[in-house]
Design a protein. Structure first.
Length: 286
């Protein structure tokens, strides 16, 4: 298995996404925007349709269209003309409808859609891997370098604005990096499952960590573990890599949750040799 170039490219691409997606997802979970990846994923499908229609690279057109859609949603949210839920709904419905329509107009089939909706690691070329690696490195570097400022706007946007931080620019940056992450992950887990790789490792990390930094680092480790193990399991069991990666991540989340619950229950349980408190009536008599 490890002697196959196709497998090694798939494994490398999955590990890059497993590292980048939770790094960004930590901020999205903090802002209660866990589902925004789904909405942007649907917009990216429209970009895929544009690329197929005009015989261009679907990845590049998906990046451009998804970034424009993410910036538009951020500007709408900032000006308060509509709620965040409504903006996400527009992304969901308009993006998926536009994508299906453009793919049909380009002469594509259902197979083309499935490759982008659920991932197709086996078709990852060396050029695709290079694009995934470069863009993934940019996302991770930006999220780590700007962590104090991004944490400030995620925790309290008004305080960040008063403190003099460029809130609008940071919000746009967060939206664009979300679009980039969703787009490069469509080869790995697919546009419909990429949000899970952003959220599930973060949710698992929150069970055993307290600080924001430790949560991010633990989520990155869990994401890499789930991505690598998912690709190996998919190759052994002959299953869809994207779905397998997400199921492994959910299994890790459940395992950590159960272990953390048992640990808390053990700590609360009094030891047999520990002194027991005296009844209230004995204390009153003294």
């Amino acid at each position: 298995m490890f002697a196959s170039d196709i497998f090694l490219r798939a494994l490398a691409g999955a590990v890059v996404i497993g590292l980048a997606a939770p790094t960004l997802g930590t901020y999205l979970v903090q802002r209660r925007l866990a589902l925004i990846g789904d909405g942007i994923g649907h917009v990216a499908l429209t970009g895929v349709g544009v690329g197929l229609l005009f015989d261009q690279s679907p990845v590049l057109t998906a990046v451009v269209v998804a970034a424009l859609g993410a910036v538009g949603v951020e500007l709408v949210r900032e000006r308060g003309r509509t709620s965040g839920d409504l903006a996400l709904a527009l992304l969901f419905y308009g993006g998926i409808a536009g994508g299906v329509l453009l793919v049909n107009l380009s002469g594509g089939t259902g197979t083309n859609l499935l490759q982008f909706l659920f991932g197709s690691l086996s078709t990852t070329s060396s050029d695709d891997l290079a694009v995934i690696a470069v863009l993934g490195a940019v996302v991770v570097a930006a999220m780590l370098a700007l962590r104090p400022a991004l944490f400030a706007i995620c925790h309290d946007e008004e305080y960040a604005r008063v403190s003099g931080l460029p809130v609008r620019a940071l919000n746009v940056l967060l939206a664009v990096t979300t679009a980039v992450t969703v787009t490069i992950a469509m080869r790995t887990v697919g546009l419909l499952l990429v949000s899970a790789l952003m959220v599930v490792p973060v949710a698992a990390a929150q069970q055993v960590t307290r600080g924001f930094r430790s949560t991010m680092h633990a989520a990155m480790a869990i994401g890499v573990l789930a991505a690598g193990a998912g690709v190996v399991v998919a190759a052994e069991a002959d299953t869809a890599p994207g779905a397998t990666i997400v199921m492994v991540a959910i299994a890790v989340f459940l395992g950590i949750t159960v272990a953390a619950a048992l640990r808390r229950a053990t700590r609360r349980r009094p030891r047999a040799d520990s002194p027991q408190p005296e009844p209230p009536e004995v204390v009153l008599q003294r």
